[in-house]
Design a protein around this ligand. Sequence first.
Ligand code: FES
Length: 176
Amino acid sequence: MAASQHVSLTVNGRSVQAVVEPRLLLVHFLRESLGLTGTHVGCDTTHCGACTVLLDGKAIKSCTQLAVQADGREVLTVEGLAKDGELHPIQEAFLARHGLQCGFCTPGMLMTTYALLNANRKPTEEQIRAAISGNLCRCTGYVKVVDSVRQAARTLARPARAKPRTGRRRTTGRRR
Ligand code: FES
């Protein structure tokens, strides 16, 4: 067995140091070592997108990245979206537009949406559908998800309310 390696990374704005096996997947590191179980494992084969997180701002599937590949980098998980107990506007939009049902795919959908809207604040429906094409949903229906992304885009586009907070304390996307 290869020797364990030291990794140093930032997760949701927090500095993290750990010693990991070289073969440890990032998703297992997040869930099992750090207890960030909002990131789900659906397929383990890069198909479903439930494990999507941001690595240096880019949406990636954490079931096909090694924890050691995140060394020196920044990871954002669904737990990093809400601040001070208040949902992020993207979470609010999914809640308001019924963009989730069972919730299993939701963390991945939220993180993919976050990356999309960071790069493109006014995506077309086609661009939204292309962005979430790697995130599978088996119950809500993509019409609702697309509607949620559009709602989030509209909210984030408002200059005076770039990051509105409603005070609602919910935990969308944190299903365990
Ligand atoms: S668990 Fe990673 S893509 Fe499905």
